[in-house]
Design a protein around this ligand. Sequence first.
Ligand code: ZN
Length: 853
Amino acid sequence: MKDAAAPSANQTIYLKDYTPFGWQVEDVHLTFALAPEATRVTARIHFAPNPGAPKQEFFLHGEELTLIRAAIDGQDITPEIDANGLRCAVPDGPFLWECEVEIAPIRNTALEGLYMSNGMYCTQCEAEGFRKITFYPDRPDVMSVFTVRVEGDEPVKLSNGNPTSSGDGWAEWHDPWPKPAYLFALVAGDLVAHPGKFTTKSGRKVALNIYVRPGDEGKCAFGMEALIKSMKWDEDVYGREYDLDIFNIVAVDDFNMGAMENKGLNIFNSSCVLASQETSTDDNFERIEAIIAHEYFHNWTGNRITCRDWFQLCLKEGLTVFRDAQFTSDMRGPEVKRINDVSDLRGRQFSEDQGPLSHPVRPESFQEINNFYTATVYEKGAEVIGMLKRLVGDEGYYKACELYFDRHDGDAATIEDWLKVFEDATGRDLSQFKRWYSQSGTPRLQVTETWSEGTFTLNFKQHTPPTPGQDEKLPQVLPIAVGLLNPNGDEVQPTTVLEMTEAKQSFAFDGLAAKPVASVLRGFSAPVVLEREQSREERAFLIAHDTDAFTRWEASQEMARESLMASVTTGATPDTDWLDALHKVVRDRDLDPDFRSSMMDIPTQSEIARLCHERGHVPDPDAIWAADKALRDTIAKRWSEDLPALLDEARVTAAYKPDAEQTGKRALGSKILGLLNRIDGGAAAQVQFDAADNMTLQLTALACLLRAGKGADALARFHDQWREDQLVMDKWFGLQVACADPGEAAQVTKTLTEHPAFSWTNPNRFRAVFGSLAGHHAGFHQADGSGYALLTDWLIRLDEKNPQTTARMCAAYQTWKRYDSGRRSLIKTQLERIVAKEGLSRDTSEMVERILS
Ligand code: ZN
């Protein structure tokens, strides 16, 4: 329940105001007597003065708690309590704090703190959820050893660390590793375990479990394998071993985010761990593997070394995203992984960084920290680590990481600590590099070339446009990976990293026999917008010959973007030179199918909208939709003779496996089917739908049928087959919106909200429907404003239940200033309608105010 009397004025918190907490917490003992309406939480905590802190009043965070009793050194006290926490007088020296509170997990719909999901108890404490469990210094720099007793009838009762003892109706856990409260977790319910085991390189035997609801046991094997691979990989690559006797993962259906790295007890959104051939797509499998790895890797980057304060969030998230990307590259091949990550970065982070929500990788202020779990902190944060690694080299990188783990194990650290280990391990001065953490916005990098008498010169200029609160930008350190190709396609200059530090800088290559073709920003070595005038011949040449997979893909993307932009702005027809260059690659059987499939990526409509904006045009969603359609139709016709054979080639005959090889083939097959579908009226899709023995084939076929206007029967069959499976039903909901014609998207969405299975308080279901609407560029941005009005109605409704998910979904409006005045004013009206809502949460009000500003 939202407390109507919650903190009124939204307070801004600043990085520069950091002060340590005045006490150390020596140990924490918690007892939970579980009951849905009235759970009793009893805390016994030893506090001792923190010699390194300035004198301050004793304040413990606490929200929505009913205090039953508080005592200091055995004496009952009456503390002063407000909506944010508690104050009281305390002795000068160490003391014992005892406190009993009551909470109502069944009424906790915000899904922060202790709540219930399908009859099971679970917790979510990052970032500031522990204060909804008991009064506590709920800040990451306060670390302590927790002992937890769970009392209740539930057959399974879990917490962090190792199990110590249990009996009828109770279980006790002890976590020997000091941790901040945000890593606390508790789970209790009727759960079954899918067990596994792992022996660490120094011989520790670790019991592994994935806990799920009865009925989901058959969807755990893949996750378990991924966990074991992650444990091994972190030992092999980073030398990091696991440090408890048990590692548990629990799947829950109601969860605001993907998953959470609680010490020894990771809690997962069930969509991010449960997997089976029949119910999960290849993309789901890859994502699950990555998230399991991500949460596991947090054990060192996040848990053993945590963050001093929430401004340092990228210290754990950027690094852990970087590590999970390395893992996926090793498991599935680096080339397509990099391409996908760049697409994702451009799709989410660039839009964020080029609009009103732009903020540095390390923000300097916030009202609600939940609003800063962003693509900038996570994905740009990971890019920054990738640049650092390129600059210092692999050896320097692992040496610095080793030093980081040695020096800071057990610490709540900062970005300064992180950069210092790189300076100390490599002798480099990183003061300019540090701007990547403080300067927001996407740098533009312009490149021109000159050629004379055997010398080829690349001339670079960098410039970062102003962002909210930052008008002036300084030059950043840009590692620019470059290679040179001969006119015959041979590489004359293998990849080399140019280090740009000035606003303008040139780099020369001499002794060349002929003018080379430059392949610039290989591997997307810096997260910038590259502006390069280049002939279509040269781009086609790079599509055919580039030895770097990323720049080869990018050359095709460039041609695609230019072609689409020309259609949108001048009504031009698609660039057939590009299509022919691409066609050769797609037909090249010596190339990996996964790469061929990536080469066929078409820039998304929202990317084209962003590009329009970057180039000073007002994006017209209908024109962008039409350009996209014309392009796809043209490709389908132009390649029509090859499509059946390509589809055949992409067919997997072996038993289903979600590995890189089969996944790549099916990805190519899906792209080809999408084209064929435009000329065969859904015939091939129907065949595939009827024969599908896995979700990848079934779902792509269903999407094609819907797009061909032949989906009614398949949709009904799909529904009947999967009505009991919530995760598959999310796909059923989302796909109908995603595949709707633009003029119908809002109406389709509205009809789905009236479906009896639209359980809107479930974040996955809400996101399946409204995330798909917001992701349907032309459908969401219909000129009549129907998409905006519908989304807003539901955001206003959801905010009362779940502020965090509401606030995140408001980001659908972050690009609003790009559009024409009609759309702008429609959106503005909707945003103002949200702000005007009485009792609006802090999360949503901060988001909407920033978007409006
Ligand atoms: Zn993370």
